[in-house]
Design a protein. Structure first.
Length: 314
């Protein structure tokens, strides 16, 4: 019975997240990641794959739908963003693997909790910045009109790196930056956001296949059988079509409301995950805090690395 409940939770989360993702251009992963972290039933790898598949499927479906509707986009800027997001996706995955290995090697028994805290802290931080923009900067009409393809590519790189590192689509951040830097409305920004998500997440899938993450980690188990992933992908396609159709039909202010609601919900969920996993990691071990061990170990490893570099150089 418990297994069935968790499966229903996964499908429900995917349904809501991918619908909002395709409607607002936020991808859905930024909702899926903190919600499944809060459920505390799935491994970080399983959550990463669920988020990745849903985000990629929904975004790709939505982009195809927008092409069908002949939605206007700035082709040169979109290509520049796409190229940047591909490079950023590679860098984000590389950086995450390094940090993950370091944490697991330092505190193997608490590594997963610390990774969840780091990722949710990053999500909460960027969502608070987005909320600040929505509440403070946007009402004042503060925006820029960048037209440099190089700067556009750098922005795509930054967004691609963040989305892959945090195991999210990153659409909420994408939309906010596009509105601020390129003077877009939410509907236009959501389309470019989906393009960035498609390319960065495709890069992540390819890297997972090349590095062998699918072989190294357990993906399917009693709670998450293979057929559930088929349902997840089907739901993502369906909600991607519905969300992009509604996005095309309704006025921008309704998309604004859905976007703002999603941001607040994400901040609350991420905050909960940070507090929950912090209490899990701060169990006493000889009256010493886990984070103190982690901090001390990191300092020690950094000092050893510096000493070796100095000896090698001089």
């Amino acid at each position: 019975m418990e297994t069935i409940i968790f499966r229903i939770i996964v499908i429900s989360v995917v349904l809501i997240a991918t619908f909002l993702g395709s409607l607002c251009g936020i991808g859905g992963g930024v909702i899926i990641k903190p919600v499944l972290d809060a459920v505390n039933k799935f491994t970080p790898f399983q959550i990463a794959v669920i988020s990745m598949l849903c985000v990629l499927t929904t975004s790709l479906t939505s982009v195809i739908k927008h092409i069908h509707y002949k939605t206007k986009i700035k082709l040169k800027e979109s290509i520049s963003l796409a190229i940047g997001s591909i490079i950023g996706g590679v860098l984000g995955a590389f950086l995450f693997d390094i940090i993950k290995k370091w944490i697991i090697d330092t505190i193997p028994e608490k590594g997963s909790d610390i990774i969840v805290i780091i990722q949710n802290s990053g999500i909460a931080f960027f969502m608070i910045l987005v909320l600040f923009y929505l509440l403070v900067l946007k009402p004042k009409g503060i925006s820029f009109h960048l037209d440099s393809l190089i700067i556009t590519g750098i922005i795509g790189l930054f967004l691609g790196m963040i989305s892959v590192f945090l195991d999210i689509g990153g659409g909420a951040i994408n939309v906010c930056l596009f509105i601020l830097l390129f003077t877009m409305n939410v509907k236009s920004a959501s389309v470019d956001s989906l393009l960035v998500i498609v390319f960065s997440q495709t890069t992540k899938v390819i890297q997972y296949a090349i590095i062998g993450n699918f072989k190294k980690n357990v993906l399917f188990d009693d709670t998450l059988p293979w057929w559930l992933f088929v349902i997840i992908i089907a739901v993502s396609v369906l909600t991607g079509l519905i969300g992009s159709h509604i996005n095309h039909k309704i006025e921008s202010n309704y998309v604004d409301i859905a976007y703002s609601f999603s941001i607040v919900a994400i901040i609350l969920l991420s905050g909960y995950n940070i507090i929950y996993h912090h209490t899990t990691t701060t169990t006493t071990n000889n009256n010493k805090d886990t984070f103190f061990f982690f901090y001390s170990s990191c300092r020690y490893k950094i000092q050893i690395t510096i000493d070796k570099a100095i000896k090698t150089t001089f």
